[in-house]
Design a protein around this ligand. Structure first.
Ligand code: FCB
Length: 462
């Protein structure tokens, strides 16, 4: 490698990690009793994903997990964040447990512990058992209750060895990309049902917290993807658009979690849809607002927004994300292979703003995802000199450090992702890994970013 960005420095005890998710890496979609998830059905539906890509094989991690743990060990991470595929545990989403599914995660956890790596488990990274979707999915309250039961099953099995538990990953995506925009499974485009899904995800989180606490696990949290919305101009209209975007993207999650209420700006955001709130019941806010040990923040990029007309003029047909704002191109900065703008200082701004809004009610933060998809190429020497990714990581870790200096209590950082993997509707077209995966041979090649991150971790060893 030529010149490398300097290593930002973090306090003693800061957790360095790497993250993945089940459907994106495991493959073995029909093996050992795993039931179908909404992502199996969605990805097999023509026209839904890039070139019809599915997670059927993905990185074949289900069979190669021991090799992948070896790569984590060489990387030197303190912790590895992975998710449990609910349909491996309960193929129908409720009722009988599939022992082979539990055994797989048991083996993975033991392999990690033997390598000196702390497991961090995400209970729900979007792969809802399809049979629960057939019954109504997150639109109905029963799913939240069943999620609590499944969380208890996992805590009983792994709670003695897994210190850090994340209930949901990015519920915004589950509710709004899944039930309103339709770009994620199950691909619905609905109004009130998407709002009900958002609420039931939070209720499910609450049930999971109760179940995890009952088993006495060490740390419980939730992972959100708060957006940093930048107004396109300083007009009143654009500033109001930012408030609507903030409400929909951020406050609808963080206010119930950390302030015990739904945001007052909801009516402005959802209009007539919010009139039908019969899915919200007494006691829900207490369940949702139970104290957490940490909040997981996934951050990639800011969003520039402007006022826009409703996309659907008929209120009766309007979806919950049709909120009179639109994203506009963020000019004058580099863009990644996702076409995402790279503006590291917004990472600092976001974290500081969260701290300002919630004060001491904001739990300690773990950055549970941060990283970038780039146009990687394999050089003549067989290596991947992903200079842009190295720079991205260095700049975002620097911005994170700046947030800590400004008083935000950040305890750890998990790079997304350990491996190139199945990027949801974009299939295998986007590579986020610090390790390249050749999908023909399943060969893994650590990229320069892997070596850089290993150096950073190494520099923090006593
Ligand atoms: C996040 C997801 C993760 C991955 C990254 C790029 O929204 O949690 O699974 O797809 O984006």
């Amino acid at each position: 490698m030529s010149t490398q960005p300097a290593f930002p420095s973090f306090p003693e005890g800061f957790v360095f990690g790497a993250a993945t998710a089940a459907y994106q890496i495991e493959g073995a979609a029909t093996e050992d009793g795993r039931g179908p998830s909404i992502w199996d059905v969605y990805s097999r539906t023509p026209g839904r994903t890039f070139r019809g890509h599915t997670g059927d094989i993905a990185c074949d991690h289900y069979h190669r997990y021991a090799d992948d743990v070896r790569l984590l060990k060489e990387l030197g991470v303190d912790s590895y964040r992975f998710s449990i595929a609910w349909p491996r545990i309960q193929p129908d989403g409720s009722g009988p447990v599939n022992p082979a599914g539990l055994d797989f995660y048991d083996r993975l956890v033991d392999e990690l512990l033997a390598a000196g790596i702390e497991p961090a488990v995400t209970l729900y990274h979007w792969d809802l058992p399809q049979s629960l979707e057939d019954r109504g999915g997150w639109r109905i309250r029963e799913t939240a209750e069943l999620f609590g039961e499944y969380s208890g099953i996992m805590a009983r099995r792994l709670g003695d060895r897994v210190p850090r538990w994340i209930t949901l990953n990015e519920p915004w995506c589950s509710a709004f990309l899944g039930y309103s925009v339709g770009r994620h499974a199950p691909g619905a485009q609905q109004g009130t049902p998407a709002l009900a899904a958002a609420h039931h995800l939070l209720v499910g989180h609450g049930h999971a917290v109760s179940a995890l606490r009952a088993e006495g696990v060490r740390e419980v949290g939730i992972t959100l993807n708060p957006d940093w919305n930048v107004p396109a101009t300083d007009s009143d209209a654009d500033l109001a658009a930012v408030v609507r975007a903030d409400t929909q993207h951020n406050l609808v999650w963080t206010d119930p979690l950390f302030a015990g209420r739904y945001p007052a700006t909801e009516t402005e955001t959802w209009g007539e849809l919010i009139e039908r709130q019969d899915f919200r019941q007494d006691g829900d806010l207490e369940l949702i607002g139970q104290p957490l040990d940490f909040v997981g923040v996934n951050y990639y990029r800011p969003t520039m927004v402007t006022e826009a007309p409703h996309r659907e003029p008929d209120p009766a047909l309007r979806t919950a994300s049709d909120n009179r704002y639109a994203e506009v191109p963020y000019t004058g900065v580099r863009h990644t292979a996702m076409n995402w703008p790279v503006v590291p200082e917004t990472f600092t701004q976001l974290l500081v703003a969260m701290k300002e809004r919630y004060g001491d009610a904001l739990p300690p933060v773990h950055i549970t995802e941060n990283g970038t998809a780039e146009h990687d190429t394999v050089a003549a020497d067989g290596q991947i000199h992903d200079t842009d990714r190295v720079q991205y990581l260095a700049d975002h870790l620097g911005a994170l450090r700046a947030a800590m200096d400004a008083g935000v209590d950040v305890r750890g950082y998990y790079v997304w992702s350990l491996l190139d993997n199945y990027e949801w509707a974009l299939g295998y077209a986007k590579r986020f890994g610090i390790i390249r995966v050749d999908y023909e041979t399943q060969e893994r090649t650590p990229k320069d970013s892997y070596h850089w991150y290993r150096g950073l971790i190494e520099a923090h060893r006593p």
